[in-house]
Ligand binder design. Structure first.
Ligand code: HEM
Ligand code: FES
Length: 353
């Protein structure tokens, strides 16, 4: 229990989150099954395997889109933050559903011959020069392998072992997985079923993801204008622009970001990167006097950047000053855990206009 990752526990919130994912998934599969039975009745009746393969395929693709949407949505609107807290469980669930789809597909299309189904999957179709007959399943396998690696390494144990930057880079592969799914469907289902539904759904998914990523990125870039005064102090903005019990963030000229928190008529500044996994602390809130990370709930005292006992994580702290209602933060950090006297707003003349 001495490791840094031990206090990520199965909290009641995570249990509710997982239960909600499970209920939605079962409801989706049941509705998909019943609707397919109704739509394709009589002579066009589909087998249970085909319906299940399609139900799990579309569920996995939908879950992947939701998982990819949560980050930018939470940046655009803080009300989505609670959905971000347990995104890793959603990712693991996506892998399980996608694996079920892959297993049904392999069993159904490759399981009845004399050749090993996995060998048959790789060798039965090698028409890589054809678009209509391309072995689209290879892209499904690629996506599934990426989701498997991500699910396997999702626990904090691997975050600790691999280091935060490498772990993050590894998990960025999810965008390759998404692209592989798009190609998988475009070359597979879209070629065999000439329904307008496939291109429309793929297009809507791509436009939606592209739009919210660009929107969140540009909003962040606009917020992150650096206003150095040239004397080692950076302009954060007006005091009243910092939400109570929340933070304003600002980039440093040398890289990295600082989060300036306003709480109980005081201001304190710490690095914007959580010591756990680099989560954006500036998007968190002050809860019970502590900065609470929006990603997995690690907490830190604003005045010294230290996690309350028994935890030992520490954040770099920064000096602050307020002049004529504007907040300025020093561009050089103190060592992690260094106490800095908070700015008492009531003692600063004209702190708030
Ligand atoms: C071992 C890996 C996989 C195999 C062997 C596989 C195989 C298949 C097959 C045979 C089809 C039917 C295509 C058709 O109707 O012409 C299909 C469709 C589809 N797959 Fe996969 N797949 C795999 C992984 C994935 C993954 C990881 C995802 C998403 C996360 C996915 C999403 C889809 C979707 C959305 C469809 C279209 C739905 C439909 O069948 O109508 N597949 N796949
Ligand atoms: S608690 Fe995990 S990144 Fe902050």
């Amino acid at each position: 229990m001495g490791h840094r990752y031990w206090h990520i526990q199965w909290t009641p919130y995570k249990k509710r989150y997982d239960a909600a994912v499970a209920v939605c998934l079962v409801a989706y599969l049941a509705v998909f099954y019943l609707a397919s039975r109704l739509v394709w009745g009589g002579a066009h009746q589909l087998s249970d395997e085909i319906i299940l393969m399609r139900a799990t395929a579309t569920a996995a693709a939908l879950m992947l889109h939701i998982a990819l949407s949560l980050g930018p949505l939470a940046r655009l609107d803080r009300r989505f933050l609670p959905l971000l807290y347990n995104r890793r469980h959603l990712g693991v669930a996506t892998f399980v559903v996608a694996a079920a789809h892959g297993a049904i597909a392999i069993g159904y299309y490759h399981g009845f011959g004399t050749v090993n189904p996995l060998l048959s999957l790789v060798t039965s179709n090698t028409q890589i020069r054809s678009i209509s007959s391309f072995p689209f399943e290879w892209f499904g396998v690629l996506a599934l392998v990426i989701l498997l690696v991500m699910a396997f390494t999702s626990h904090d144990f691997w975050l600790e072992k691999l280091s935060s930057p490498l772990w993050k880079r590894l998990h960025m592969l999810v965008y390759i997985a998404w692209l592989a799914v798009v190609v998988h469907v475009a070359l597979g289902a879209m070629q065999s079923e000439h329904s307008i539904m496939y291109p429309v759904l793929l297009g809507v998914g791509a436009v939606w993801l592209g739009a919210i990523h660009i929107l969140a990125g540009t909003r962040e870039a606009r917020r992150e204008v650096i206003r150095p005064r040239g004397d080692g102090w950076i302009d954060v903005g007006r005091v009243e622009e910092i939400p109570d019990a929340g933070a304003a963030t600002v980039s440093l000229p040398g890289g990295g970001r600082v989060a300036v928190f306003r709480y109980d008529d005081k201001l304190s500044a710490v690095t914007d990167a959580c010591a756990h996994q680099g989560g954006p602390l500036g998007e968190g809130r002050i809860v019970d006097g502590c900065i609470t990370c929006p990603w997995h709930g690690f907490t830190y005292r604003p005045q010294d950047g230290c996690a309350p006992a028994p935890f030992t994580e520490k954040l770099a702290t920064y000096a602050l000053r307020v002049e004529a209602g504007r907040v300025y933060v020093s561009d050089s950090p103190f060592a992690p855990g260094t106490p800095v006297e908070p700015v008492q707003l009531q003692e600063v003349p004209h702190a708030v206009a």
